[in-house]
Write a protein that binds this ligand. Structure first.
Ligand code: ARG
Length: 562
């Protein structure tokens, strides 16, 4: 249900197709002041077509327009046609809808019987889980939640970076300088140290790089020593990643990473050969894509395969296994060329399903305006950030609400909520400057602010002893109008967020709803005895339900008390 569309529909019929629906939709404005109505249609364009004054046209429209149900009236002023929704009817309609649908409000079946695979997080083994991977993790997780709410079946895939030349380097470094005990104690820190040491020494001794390449070749050929070290590094890393996923409450359906495709690449190369797409260039195998892109490298001179080859195998495997309608890759925008090449090779291979593939890029997290680099050790560890945020939340709770039940769990929800929200409130393509202070701020436009608003609503419901009944609540409260129109918007926001793969629209929405609710709370004594009291509590219930659901979609929990 979309009131704006109803208005567009009515105008379209009245104008007998003089202007297209999309044109009308773009012309409609929100009036400057609330008392001027809910939408305004400017008549200046039509004035040129009909050679009449804008005001005359507005008046004529007003006379003839068939206002849809739940619209109260139309008025004209200064060449505008303003329409008003019927406030109490719409209010009553929407709160009763939310009372009966509860957290299902906003759900749809757009994706019924369709599978969407979401490749996200995908950190690299033996490297720390960086802030960059946080972006992919929280955006991907939110998109999966939104897709599920829209009826899709999702497959959440962690395409681990668990294969590649870096393992050759790591094996060399471990054999030279490694200490089994230390790695067991702090795997990621220790492996990272080895990785950094390798790069430092390699700047002086060129030969080290050759040794690394040799060991990767051995790994690809199945050398036992290489394989068992690799397996060990992988297991230790996964244990560490699991801690982060547990803190964030993120789950995957598959951990098939790059190594999973080792035995699936010959098939890809065979397909490429059959279609005559493979060419030799300076000893390497490549596929030419199109003039404005460099060719896609499939096999190196030394016969080892590449990131792109693995992604080709992965895409084909996913289509065979899941028959996806859509396959998303939530990966930083530095990899845009890679995905363009990948999709275009698949198109050339005649895979009709390539149309369902989409790269969902995002901006970088910068430190002092620069990219953080693992090689030089310039990384901020996500687990530390999360632990810091949780500690800060604990401190807040012990100051403000020391007797709170389940303190530790609430602190985890608030701390991680702050970090997740800080990321998701930004349009995903923007670069974000890393700032721990910003991330841990609990006031202003933050996750804890929204969580706090939700807890306030819960507390009002407890104090008002709100009980759900089957009785229809009649809400006639002009002061609630901004909340009502925001509640009405929720399903449309979800639709847009999925369409644009942009969870920030939901994060911004929660801020709007929280602000309008807090304003209402500041001016209306909700718990005071009043004929509208039950209906007002039903309004609070609606806000609480929608805030909780919107936060859930973002991957954030909403404690009832904090
Ligand atoms: N491991 C890669 C990285 O950290 C991301 C992998 C993304 N997924 C994919 N199918 N290529 O850069």
């Amino acid at each position: 249900m979309n009131y704006k569309n109803m208005f567009v529909e009515a105008l379209f019929i009245q104008l007998q197709g003089t202007l297209e629906k999309t044109v009308l939709e773009n012309m409609i404005e929100k009036p400057k002041y609330e008392n001027m109505g809910d939408w305004a249609f400017p008549c200046f364009e039509l004035a040129k077509v009909y050679r009449e004054s804008p005001q005359t046209i507005a008046d004529k429209l007003k006379q003839n327009l068939e206002l849809p149900a739940l619209f109260e009236k139309a008025e004209t002023v200064g060449g505008y046609l303003n329409v008003f929704l019927h406030k109490s009817d719409v209010s009553t309609y929407i709160i009763n809808k939310i009372l009966s649908e509860k957290s299902n409000y906003g759900s749809s079946n757009t994706g019924h019987n369709k599978v969407i695979t979401i490749d996200f997080s995908s950190p690299n083994i033996a490297k720390p889980f960086s802030m960059g991977h946080l972006r992919s993790t929280v955006i991907g997780n939110a998109l999966a939640n939104i897709a599920e709410k829209s009826g899709y079946t999702t497959v959440k895939i962690n395409h681990l970076g668990d294969w590649g030349t870096q393992f050759g380097k790591l094996i060399v470094a471990y054999k030279k300088w490694g200490d089994e005990k230390k790695v067991k104690e702090k795997p990621i820190k220790e492996l990272l140290k080895l990785y950094i040491q390798f790069h430092e020494e390699a700047e002086q001794y060129e030969d080290l790089n050759n040794e690394g390449r040799e060991w990767f070749k051995k790994l690809e050929e199945g050398n036992e020593e290489a394989l068992s070290l690799w397996q060990w590094f992988r297991e230790e890393s996964l244990k560490e990643f699991a801690k982060v996923y547990d803190l964030l409450g993120v789950k995957f359906d598959s951990y098939n990473g790059e190594a999973f495709y080792n035995d699936k690449m010959d098939h890809v190369i065979q397909l490429l050969e059959e279609k005559n797409l493979l060419q030799v260039s300076e000893g390497a195998r490549i596929v030419e894509v199109s003039n404005d892109m460099p060719p896609c490298l499939i096999k190196k001179k030394d016969g080892t395969t590449l990131y792109a080859t693995r992604d080709l195998a992965a895409a084909i495997y996913r289509q065979d296994t899941y028959q996806f309608a859509k396959a998303l890759y939530v990966v930083g925008h530095e990899q845009s060329l890679h995905f363009k090449q990948l999709f275009s090779v698949l198109e050339k291979m005649g895979c009709t399903w390539h149309k369902g593939l989409a790269h969902v890029p995002f901006g970088m997290i910068l430190k002092d305006g620069k990219k953080m680099s693992t090689r030089k050790g310039k990384v901020v560890l996500l687990e530390e950030v999360l632990q810091d945020a949780i500690k800060l939340a604990e401190k807040n709770i012990s100051e403000k609400n020391p007797t709170l039940a389940g303190k530790d769990e609430v602190a985890r929800q608030i701390g991680t909520g702050a970090v997740i929200f800080h990321d998701l409130k930004n349009y995903r393509l923007n670069d974000i400057e890393f700032s721990l202070e910003d991330m841990l701020r609990f006031e202003g436009e933050t996750g804890p602010y929204v969580q706090y608003t939700h807890a306030r609503a819960s507390s009002i419901l407890r104090k008002g002893n709100f009980q759900q009944t089957d009785e229809v609540m009649q809400l006639d409260d002009d002061q609630a109008w901004t909340i009502i129109t925001t509640l009405v918007e929720f399903p449309n926001v979800l639709k847009r967020a999925l369409n644009d793969y942009d969870p920030s629209q939901i994060a911004k929405y929660t801020l709007d709803l929280a602000k309008s609710f807090n304003k209402y709370y500041g001016s209306v004594r909700i718990l005071e005895e009043h004929e509208q009291k039950q209906a007002r509590l039903a309004l609070v219930y609606s806000v609480q339900t929608v805030l909780q659901e919107a936060l859930r979609l973002l991957g954030i929990q909403a404690p009832d008390e904090m």
